[in-house]
Ligand binder design. Structure first.
Ligand code: ZN
Length: 108
C-alpha cells in the first residue's frame, strides 16, 4: 500500500509527483507509462520528467527534493545532507533547462 497520507481518494492508479506528492495526469511510474503536468496557461499538458532515481516529478524543486530524500537514506549519507552531489545537481539543472526550452513560458 502507498504510504501517502491525507487524500481520501488516493489510489495506486494515479500518477504522482515524487517530490510533493501531488497527483498528476497519467499513469503511475511503475507502469512505465508517462505522466503529465498540466500547464493551463500555455501548453496544456507537459510530459513529466523522470527523477534521477525514478518516479515522476512536477518541478525542478520537486526533482531535487526527491533525489535528496532518497540520498539521505543511502549508506554514508544521512539526514544532515543538505545538497546533492555536484554532478547530479548539474544534471537536474540541465534537464529542466531543456524542458523549459521545449515549453517556453511554461510554469516549470
Ligand atoms: Zn511536485
Amino acid at each position: 500500500m502507498p504510504q501517502d497520507c491525507g487524500g481520501a481518494d488516493v489510489t495506486e492508479d494515479a500518477a504522482k509527483c515524487r517530490g510533493c506528492g501531488r497527483t498528476l495526469h497519467g499513469s503511475p511510474y511503475h507502469t512505465g507509462k508517462p505522466a503529465w503536468i498540466s500547464d493551463s496557461k500555455r501548453h496544456g499538458l507537459i510530459r513529466a520528467p523522470r527523477c534521477h532515481y525514478g518516479g515522476h516529478v512536477c518541478s525542478e524543486s520537486c526533482d531535487r527534493r526527491a533525489c535528496l530524500d532518497l540520498e539521505r537514506t543511502m549508506p554514508g549519507h544521512g539526514d544532515g545532507q543538505s545538497r546533492l552531489d555536484g554532478n547530479l545537481d548539474r544534471k537536474i539543472s540541465v534537464k529542466w533547462e531543456e524542458l523549459r526550452r521545449d515549453y517556453p513560458g511554461a510554469d516549470l
